[in-house]
Design a protein around this ligand. Sequence first.
Ligand code: CO
Length: 147
Amino acid sequence: MGRAVPVMMLGRLNHVGIACVSIDETVAMYERMFGAVVSRAKFPLPSQRVSVAFIDVANSQLELIEPLGADSPIHGFLKKNPSGGQHHVCFEVDNIVAARDAMVARGATVLGTGEPRIGAHGVPVIFVHPRDTGGVLIELMATPEGH
Ligand code: CO
């Protein structure tokens, strides 16, 4: 049955997700170290129990993520990585439902309910468990308008 579901093609690298103890402190560090400027200031994303801010670079973005609430999934990451660190990489895909089906057909675990949900960019996303992807948490997102 898995062979019947087409291989999904990765699109552009949309962003690299970085877990932070404090977005404000991380932004200050990027400003001080790299002259980087925030392109979207910190905002809450209650559905994913995180707060998020973006730093644009020439060909991609950094997505800074901070826990929102006591049950945020980021707490577990910060327990293992107390000063924060690289959390996920996100690729754009043409069809998020087809991408989800392709992942499931290849035995990967899609986190949460398995249904795409609206991510920080306002488009549907899924996350694929790192045990299936060489230790890297992979986010797949529907290609945003204008890309
Ligand atoms: Co992300």
